[in-house]
Design a protein around this ligand. Structure first.
Ligand code: PRT
Ligand code: ZN
Length: 284
């Protein structure tokens, strides 16, 4: 049995549950136990915690693995391993200052007081850059600190940037990018390693499927080569004759990122009846 620590409630919670569900893992919650659940079809038990406690819980071997934002993992400084980057809860940790403040380069941060919930990451960054700043650790509502005179600047999580704008701040230095990661205890026994391998296999299949779409289209036969050039696919596309003379149906996969660009090229090359379908799992 492998024990996985996840966030009890918050920004990671919904996507973590979805990931496990897409991996085909279902849970039975104890009647009065909101902190633990056991999978009914996989050797996995879940512990529900605050995200800040997850790295320590794994370091202490109370859990074997956990899902947490990389920002929290790096801040806590525990010697664990990242087994997988999960591609959700993407954000960055950045320094922001009042928008009217003149900013030419990083030296302009010298002498400022900076409010943050991530003092360790900020200290490492300022030491590396040779900055002299005073760090004020606060646990929430960091973005209001300059407005109420608690600090000159902030160092906080930014996603869309709208919180900064609505608090009259501008982002001046990005210190790190973050996403949810699967953390593991560096020393798992053989049995747990084997379960982790199975879990990672499923997560990879789900992640790959999320990055790709299945594409079907009709093409004149004399355009098949041109269209195949646009769609490198997994190996080679499937091509089948259709009732319309000199036309074929072509099936392949396409990267989500290349999607719109390729559609334009396909239409220009003569493809018709293009269908794009989500893929549930992908094993290659
Ligand atoms: O209760 P618990 O301690 O478990 O949760 P929490 O309140 O500490 O964390 P939570 O649930 O807010 O966030 C969990 C993780 O989600 C973070 O550690 C990040 O890894 C990730 N994440 C992704 C974010 C955001 N995006 C995000 N936008 N965490 C917080 N924010 C906040 C940010 O603090 C700021 O107030 O959203 C605001 C900025 O958002 P934008 O879109 O206006 O820029
Ligand atoms: Zn937290």
């Amino acid at each position: 049995m492998l024990t996985l620590a996840v966030q009890k409630s918050g920004r990671l919670n919904e996507q973590t549950e979805k990931l496990l569900k897409d991996c085909g893992i279902s849970f039975i919650h104890g009647r009065n136990d909101k902190l633990k659940a056991i999978a009914s079809n996989f050797p996995l038990q879940i512990l529900y915690l605050r995200d800040d406690d997850i790295p320590e819980c794994i370091a202490d071997a109370a859990a074997d693995i956990g899902i947490v934002g990389e920002n929290v993992y790096v801040e806590k400084g525990k010697s664990l391993k990242i087994s997988k980057r999960l591609g959700f809860a993407k954000c960055r940790l950045a320094i922001a200052i009042p928008k009217q403040m003149v900013y030419k380069d990083i030296k302009d941060l010298n002498g400022l007081s900076i409010a943050t919930s991530y003092p360790n990451i900020l200290k490492k960054f300022s030491d590396k850059k040779g900055l002299k700043v005073s760090i004020h650790q606060i646990s929430g509502s960091v973005e209001i600190a300059p407005g109420v005179g608690m600090a000159d600047a902030i160092f906080d999580i930014v996603s869309t940037g709208s919180t900064l704008i609505s608090n009259g701040l501008k982002e001046v230095e990005t210190v790190m990018n973050s996403e949810a990661v699967l953390l593991i205890h560096p020393k798992l026994n053989k049995e747990k390693e084997a379960i982790l391998e199975k879990l990672n296999f499923r997560i990879s299949a789900v992640k790959k499927a999320r990055n790709y779409k299945y594409i079907l289209l009709n093409t004149p036969n004399d355009k098949i080569d041109e269209i195949c050039q646009i769609l490198p696919g997994m190996k080679s596309p499937t091509i089948m004759p259709i009732a319309l003379e000199n036309w074929s149906s072509l099936h392949s996969v396409i990267r989500e990122d290349d999607f719109w660009q390729s559609i334009e090229k396909l239409k220009n090359a003569g493809a018709q009846g293009i269908l794009i379908i989500p893929i549930e799992k992908m094993i290659i």
